[in-house]
Design a protein around this ligand. Structure first.
Ligand SMILES: [Zn+2]
Ligand SMILES: [Zn+2]
Length: 209
């Protein structure tokens, strides 16, 4: 069994400040892993699809997911679905077994109606500048609530995954000299170049046109 509390210290250091959303990510991830009966992803054994969008509150959720599941930006096994929601679909790559876990709407609404949001975050004050007395009780509540009160956990279902091979092919851009993964290469005239160089050459911005 994965216990979200075991990851709090590491997650707070990684994330940079204390906030309720990151801890909600810890709980959501742990519940998803326990539903599937899987361990933390050492390589790409798990793939996480997070429903977050961009530029909205509680996006910190995604860091809690990364810490507990081991689905990280660096390993490339976390994807953003862009729905502006807080669901996690966690998939075991070998079996395509998946579960969707989402924080209960009433719990998230309860958090949004506290001073952490109404007196600080919504007025543009960063989480690191909010007094601890407005954060600690929220974290305590999220970390101690039973799974069934905090989260909606789906049945295990099958999730279709396309098998993408990891690419090792690369070349050096003939204009800037940077290493570029092969499939991101572009041809400009007789030059094999990177995307930014291609765009600059195409627009004539570097004066060579
Ligand atoms: Zn945060
Ligand atoms: Zn280049």
């Amino acid at each position: 069994m994965i216990n979200a509390k075991d990851f709090m210290e590491m997650a707070q250091m990684f994330h940079g400040h204390k906030c309720p959303a990151m801890h909600m990510g810890l709980r959501t991830a742990a519940a998803a892993m326990n539903a599937l009966g899987v361990e933390r992803s050492k390589d790409s054994q798990l793939i996480a699809f997070v429903e977050l969008g961009e530029g909205h509150f509680a996006h910190c959720f995604g860091d809690g997911i990364q810490v507990v599941t081991g689905c990280t930006f660096g390993k490339g096994n976390i994807r953003q679905l862009g729905y502006g929601k807080f669901g996690l679909i966690l998939v075991e790559k070998a079996t395509h077994r998946a579960v969707r876990v989402v924080p209960r709407g009433e719990v998230q609404l309860g958090t949004k109606q506290t001073p952490f949001f109404t007196q600080y975050r919504e007025k543009g004050i960063p989480a690191s500048a909010v007094p601890p007395e407005h954060i600690e009780p929220l974290i305590e509540r999220i970390m101690s609530m039973p799974d069934e009160k905090l989260l909606k956990i789906s049945e295990v279902f099958e999730y279709p995954l396309e098998d993408k091979e990891e690419s090792f092919a690369s070349f050096l851009c003939e204009r800037c000299g940077d290493t570029v993964v092969e499939k991101y290469g572009r041809i400009f005239g007789d030059m094999h170049v990177c995307i930014p160089c291609y765009e600059e050459l195409s627009s004539g911005r570097d004066g060579t046109e």
